[in-house]
Design a protein around this ligand. Sequence first.
Ligand code: F6P
Length: 405
Amino acid sequence: MSKKCIGVLTSGGDCPGLNAVIRGVVKSSSQLGYDCIGFLKGYEGLHDPVRYKTLTPQNTTGILNQGGTILGSTNKGRFAATVGVSDRVEIDPELLAGVKVTIDQLGIEGLVCVGGDGSLAIAQQFHEYGIPVVGVPKTIDNDLSSTAFTFGFDSAVECATNALDRLHTTAASHGRIMVLEVMGRHAGWIALHAGIAGGGDVILIPEIPWTWENVCHKILSRESQGKAFTLVVVAEGAALPDGQSVGLERAGAQTQLGGIGQIVAAEIERRLHHETRVCVLGHLQRGGSPTTFDRVLATQYGAHAVRLIVEGKFGEMVCYQPPTVSSVPITEAVNQLRQVDPQSSAVQAAQALGISFGNTHADASPFVAKAERFERNRVPSTADLGQSAVLAFEIANAATADALV
Ligand code: F6P
């Protein structure tokens, strides 16, 4: 009689901890007498052509601390089940039928799908079709509901905090304003946590509307205290004060976010005539070794996913609701984003320390007058011009050049 088998795949944007999950699945299923198969390039490896490799405790040794995924991944491939956040797109029934054949022919008892909201939406449609799946929540953005933490988030925060530590010293040396752009498509978790951990002075996130005036007031208020430098952390998904988000629109795909840091830096410099630099952290946040926290979380997620399969709890996603790792229906996790609550204790603590979210005046200091003077002198902002985000980016740069001559 052939052995029981479990399948695993990693889908969507990668992040630190994927290999730790794979190892957790392989080692814990092996203890229970299962064989394990890893499908290559996410869902793509499930059909036409079927591409997989056999995973064993031996060939997954030493991957716990490795970034990336030994199985490869695909973001928005043939199986994409959403456009944007939650608009459902039906997966081609021929693809679903093909996957079912693969699962049956390989004798797979359950398939562990490791991914973010888009990838788990695919898993949900597999479940509805009768393909036995369980989900594992992955994303550096930490924006999946029903779990306090997705793995990868802590590693990304560590990376962004480290960047702020480094920017802090150079900002202080030169008396400059430093703007750090971090990831966070719909949620400002990375910006919030790194901003607090790295001593940020201004944190701009998608959940809290902000104004240029408030940001500038905070910088001037610091100046009034003799602090010539300021650290600004901005999430890539934060909208500009006029509501526009910044990025490249791509036909048939989600907007590739990025560029708001440059706009924020240029506008601050133009308004305050204070030397400002920008650093875009980008995919550095997705690479490298997982933190200790992420290794522990990812290992638990892998082991718990196997447990769900053994117990026949298909259509469930593992989750962490401290102090317990348990599970919820995948639909619960993907139907709603988990964003930063502006009233949360973390935001309140940050505000108590004087960190600005750009939503209120820092204080009514004598520098208000100075800020108002800058405000009167300013040329029309990108917002006033009502340009597209990408064009706005260019205009902001040009405006900065003008302001400096
Ligand atoms: O969803 C995770 C994420 O890192 C987002 O923060 C970011 O917008 C996106 O992935 C970038 O994806 P890509 O790898 O396609 O550039």
